[in-house]
Design a protein around this ligand. Sequence first.
Ligand code: ATP
Ligand code: MG
Ligand code: MG
Length: 549
Amino acid sequence: KPTSNANFIRTIMESDLAEGKVNKVITRFPPEPNGYLHIGHAKSICINFELADEFKGLTNLRFDDTNPLKEDTEYVEAIKQDVAWLGFEWDGLFFASDYFEEMYNRAVLLINKGLAYVDDQTADQIRETRGTLTEPGQDSPYRNRSVEENLDLFSRMRAGEFGNGEKVLRAKIDMSSGNINMRDPVIYRISHTHHHNTGDKWCIYPMYAFAHPLEDAIEDVSHSICTLEFEDQRPFYDWVIRECEMPNVPRQYEFGRLNITNTVMSKRKLKQLVEENVVDGWDDPRMPTISGLRRRGFTPESIRNFVRDLGVHKGTGVVDAMQLDHYIREDLKLKAPRTMGVVRPLKVIITNYPEGQVEWLEAENNAENPEMGSRQIPFSREIYIEQDDFMENPPPKYFRLFPGNEVRLKHAYFIKCNDFVKDENGNVVELHCTYDVETKSGSGFTGRKVKGTLHWVEATNAVPAEFRLYEPLINDMETDEEGVTFLDHINPNSLEVLNGFVEENMKDAKAQDKFQFFRHGYFNVDPKHSTPGHPVFNLIVSLKSSFEA
Ligand code: ATP
Ligand code: MG
Ligand code: MG
């Protein structure tokens, strides 16, 4: 259920525009192309695009590609596809790597101003001398190199004269600052690594904290929206803008990131699931990636509405995964045709129905949306029902089939169970029933009432189908102990594959078509595993109260 859609960033934008602090709202969504987007990113995407839109502003899609070791063009393409699929059109499409020359020049400016120096210490030494919250850091022995020496060394770093890690460029700020991020942070490192965009042109790369404010300023971003863990970086962000003498002054605002129960939400961890083959790719329907949610059958509308109703807050909370289910049910309720599918088939012979005869019955496509019309479905002497819909010795209040009981077949007739057949293992493999021609659906029959209504599929025309039922990929993580990772919490039952049947008219179901299977839930035609004549259905979400007969 929606919480509050209050949004403190909207309030800031309103007053910035009213006071003339900015004359146009410009935002950006700045993913690092080191993995596929997840639903947490969807929150950031919606905030950036929707706010800019509200104020007739602009939003850029900018790839924050300053770390060549982890980045790849595959991810760039996937991210573009996902943002577009969510329904957003970016104004500018940019790469941070396109600004490397300008960033380099700004670093040179800092050196010239005595505000940056080349440090020969190792990464470990730099970390160890950074100090703690209660103790100041220690100056590097290289902190007082002359401007000339720094300029010379920095240009030789660029020219490739040094190996990885031999030297870094650090901002010269304050080794005793109360904010550890201000204790001479590293702003350039050496990495002889091929870059997906700039190739081998560079062997030094700017650090994220230095690059990001410059990227924002270069693009004239007005409101740079990020998540709360960057709050402590804001003083350095402002320092970079000021000391690099950027003509445009963006401001950073932080909001609480989205977390969801039983869901890991970090590209690093999601990548691990892919690489260790826990799932069958970034778009596995159990993944919280945008591509996984798409393949599972979630719609852009359901994701956008979910995110929008959460609002934008400073707090971090964990949202129950059930909330997302609510939004997809709402979105598909009137859109998805309702049909019948049997996931664990049990054959039923209607012994008093003429052999070889098939009749076609009218079935409405969506009882809540008459505009969706109706279809014809076959009925004959042999049908399939669910195994669960028969019990030899039923408990009280079981209104489905058992010997001597009568039920309604949705869109068809009443049938009564007279007999059943077991195999050598004692499993019931066939029912023998009789139907009553008087009870035809739509005939207005009122002679007697039955309590159970079952779904079914006519056997001779049935289309074989695979059903993939899902549970959360990760079990409850609250029991987290020392040394236990999310990989120790993988739910072994997260995927169940069943072979059943669907109605004859579904043989041509197309990838990504969505249906509500009566009494089961909403399903999506899987784009990877479906083959002509043999659809594979992913369970998106069950009905709120499944299997009430
Ligand atoms: P991850 O740890 O999953 O890789 P990230 O923050 O490193 O996430 P980026 O590619 O840098 O990923 O993210 C692009 C934008 O998306 C950033 O502005 C980031 O703050 C935002 N973002 C990432 N995860 C979430 C989340 N769970 N909720 C809201 N926004 C998020
Ligand atoms: Mg990251
Ligand atoms: Mg990041």
